[in-house]
Structures are given as structure tokens and as C-alpha cells.
Design a binder for this molecule. Structure first.
Ligand code: FES
Length: 124
């Protein structure tokens, strides 16, 4: 079994408004990837709440990943809230646990790329 990082283009940077969070489904990869643009920086996590079983989605409707004030990521199942910069749960039933960070970068054309680890068997 090997791990190979794969770059996947999610959207154009211009499509993300500062203070906004969006979820992206990446083919052959589950769960979605959440990207938040905040104060000129991008933060990305798997859409998988650590309170429940892996893969539990956090939004109650499309792209509803932030709390009412837009200050934290939120899981709407049981009210957990997560620091946008660190992914750590700061309110709710999974205090001290964290979302799984996804590395992102801006490509030459101004696109937002996620760098995902794909697990697979090497074929000789
Ligand atoms: S599943 Fe997210 S807070 Fe319970």
C-alpha cells in the first residue's frame, strides 16, 4: 500500500468570497472538502465531524458550514463549533478534537487546489 499526494482543482480563487465557506465534492474521494477564505487566507478541512463516525457531514444545507456569526466552522448535528484557523473544536460535544486539515494552494492560473493523499496498491 502506498500514499500518493494528488492535486485536485476545486475552484477559482475569485469564486471564494472572504468570510465564505464552501464544500467541494472530489470524485473518488469522500467526504467533501470544505474551504474557508478568511482574512486573505485559505483554510481547508474534510467535511467530517469528529464527534460521530468518520464521514459525518457538518452542514444542514449546501455550504452551511459556518456558525450564525460566521466566526467558526459549525456542525449542525449537535452544535459543535471549530476554530477556522486550527480546526479545533472549541464548543460542543467533541471539545479538544479537531477537523482533519487538507492542504491547499493556489495554482498558476489562480485556481484553488487541494492536495489529497490517495491510498492504493502499487502495481509493479
Ligand atoms: S456529529 Fe457533529 S456535533 Fe455531533
Amino acid at each position: 500500500m502506498s500514499i500518493s499526494p494528488t492535486k485536485v482543482r476545486l475552484c477559482a480563487l475569485a469564486d471564494l468570497t472572504d468570510g465564505e465557506a464552501r464544500g467541494f465534492r472530489v470524485s473518488e474521494f469522500d467526504p467533501k472538502v470544505i474551504v474557508v477564505r478568511r482574512r486573505g487566507r485559505l483554510h481547508a478541512y474534510l467535511d467530517s465531524c469528529p464527534h460521530y463516525r468518520p464521514g459525518t457531514p457538518m452542514a444542514w444545507k449546501r455550504d452551511a458550514y459556518l456558525n450564525g456569526q460566521g466566526t467558526r466552522l459549525a456542525c449542525h448535528s449537535h452544535g459543535a463549533e471549530f476554530d477556522i484557523e486550527t480546526g479545533e473544536c472549541v464548543i460542543g460535544p467533541c471539545l479538544g478534537q479537531s477537523l482533519t486539515r487538507v492542504d491547499v494552494q493556489i495554482d498558476r492560473e489562480g485556481g484553488v487546489e487541494a492536495i489529497l493523499n490517495v491510498y492504493g496498491e502499487e502495481i509493479a
